[in-house]
Design a binder for this molecule. Sequence first.
Ligand SMILES: [Cu+2]
Length: 514
Amino acid sequence: MTKTIKRRDALKLALGGGVTTALQACGSRLSHEAHIITETAPRFEAALPIPPVLEPAHSDELGDYYEIEARESTATIVPGKHTTIWGYNGIFPGPTIKATRGRATHVRFTNRLQTPVVAHLHGGHTPPDSDGWPSDVIFPVGHQASVTSMAMAHMGHSGEIAEAAALKYEHNYTYPNDRRAATLWYHDHAMGATGHNVYMGLAGFYLVEDEDERSLPLPSGRYDIPLMLCARQFNDDGSFRYNPHGHAGAEGDVILVNGVAWPALQVERRRYRFRILNASNATTFTLALSSALPFLQIATDGGLMARPAEVPRISMAMAERVEVLIDFSAYAKGDSVFLRNTEKHGPLGDIMRFDITGPAVSDYGELPDHLSVIEALTPEAAVRTRTFTFGPRSELKFHYPPIYWAINGKRFDPDHAQANPRLGDVEIWRFVYEKSPWKQTHPPHIHLVNFQILDRNGQAPYPHERGWKDTLRLDSGGDVRVIMRFDGYRGRYLMHCHNLEHEDYDMMMRFDVV
Ligand SMILES: [Cu+2]
């Protein structure tokens, strides 16, 4: 047994098996295979909820200070049923944090669940101590010191012991917000439990704004809408049915939008901005409008693209974001248009419906051809290329699912960095999908940096990924090169697969910026 596994199990053991208990509870329900929501839920009747924007507890010259509690609560997702969720401030999605470039955000996370949590700002340019290292957990309020000795007994490394000994029940994360405007999100990142924690609801939007973006005639206020898409399954009592399929990945049989199945949104006949996030554990989407009209895409993971792009379909691996404009003045009053997922037929093929109302409005300015200046990183600037293969590892030849998931054949080792880029260096990282019987998408995600995709299998990147990125889609047979500069902070960071069950089962790698 490797140290990594010991450490992951130690965290579970240390908390009286909170995670294990939850998993067993799910397992005990496997006999109830009914997926009631696909049979009974009315479609396109629930109004699309918009997550509330969180107000800072206070502000001073050093930034804005927020308080967030991870806690259990209930939500109505299936009509007539209550679903137990784990929510930031008790809601799913969590409250939206709005930040301004150049002004720091300080978030104090408190844990009122029964299992350890870690918060990570996905897409953030964040110092290492605020980046949410998987074993740098926040313990549940009320857990006692005996937990510490138990955790110490299982953790073999002095650094890890120091972390466990600190046994904190809250953590103050600081986000400098020194990078351009973008749609980020915060979510759980606890060692070995991220998949379950996120499935239960620990995810929220984090929107960075800046002057460059404000100077553009983009829809704002109630015309600027975040859409968190995620696939979920339910037990017949309305509870989430977390089935990680071993550790192949927890999927779903309905796509929730901002925590509701098949919502509808009444829209005016004007332009809207949608910030779309695939917050699924293990489900990819390809988005299209039922009218076949294209999206006008304006942003990728890392903010505005150089120019808007007309794209009829947008593929989204887990954790990717796109921002699109949809001009509903192209439709007649009374029309409806559906947002579809063309990767699936049936319940997973429908996402939401837009109902067009009112007179056409065109009191917004024309969108310029150029949205933003993006520094082009060219291969000549790179000091080296590193190659990372993504694939399963099994001691048994035909074991399904694989025993664990590996990067370059290795499982996650928190004690050893597999790459040591120097601060300021530009590097090319090549991601290669290892041939295997399992064709699941692996979306590589690199913490700290924004990258640009140089090529996919020797071809140009997809039109919808030509901008700053932090996560990319790596499908079977894929061979993708990205380029980035490691700037801002030295220290330990992660690169991992954003199939959360793959991540929990070791498709994760430490790199140190030195
Ligand atoms: Cu993967």
